[in-house]
Design a protein around this ligand. Structure first.
Ligand SMILES: [Zn+2]
Length: 168
């Protein structure tokens, strides 16, 4: 949530996409033109974008050791449709994977995942374990074992439930 810094590099795009919907209220930023603008998606692409979003959320949950929140198309299947190629900068020899076709959102996500793999940050993009939240966040904890998007909000809710459960 707000207390966290955005995920590093291209992962910020992935994190922002996953967090376009509030699962508890059902409010979806992609329903509005302003909400879609940062992702460069048109209304006709919404079904595909939402499919990608939930596949990403399931992957973020997997990074935290949780099963998928619902049946999703495997992320690998979606990203396999957007080939990347190795681009080498002639000036300094640096290389990176870039989309081979049009820079669709799926292609940008694939490039962001490739960048995160080399940076070693991919596994730290997680989803909050609270079912009504499942918000994506970047786990900056030293051991990489964070469980909630916000300790003070979702962590507190889980602890409160456990406390109530014990007294019942
Ligand atoms: Zn949460």
């Amino acid at each position: 949530m707000n207390e966290r810094l955005p995920a590093p590099g291209g992962l910020a795009l992935v994190e922002a996409l996953v967090n376009t919907v509030d699962l508890e209220s059902g409010r979806d930023a992609l329903d509005t033109a302003e909400g879609r603008a940062p992702f460069g998606v048109a209304e006709r692409d919404l079904a595909d974008v939402r499919e990608l979003r939930e596949s990403l959320r399931a992957t973020c949950l997997a990074h935290a050791g949780h099963p998928p929140h619902r049946t999703v198309t495997p992320l690998g299947e979606l990203l396999a449709r957007v080939p990347l190629y190795v681009s080498v900068d002639a000036r300094d020899g640096s290389a990176r994977l870039v989309p081979a076709g049009p820079g669709t959102l799926a292609a940008r996500v694939a490039a962001a995942v490739a960048e995160a793999l080399t940076a070693g940050t991919w596994q730290r993009l997680k989803a909050c374990e609270l079912p009504e939240c499942h918000w994506a966040y970047y786990d900056r904890s030293p051991a990489g074992r964070g469980r909630w998007c916000s300790m003070s909000v979702c962590g507190a809710r889980v602890k409160m439930r456990r406390y109530r459960g014990k007294r019942a």
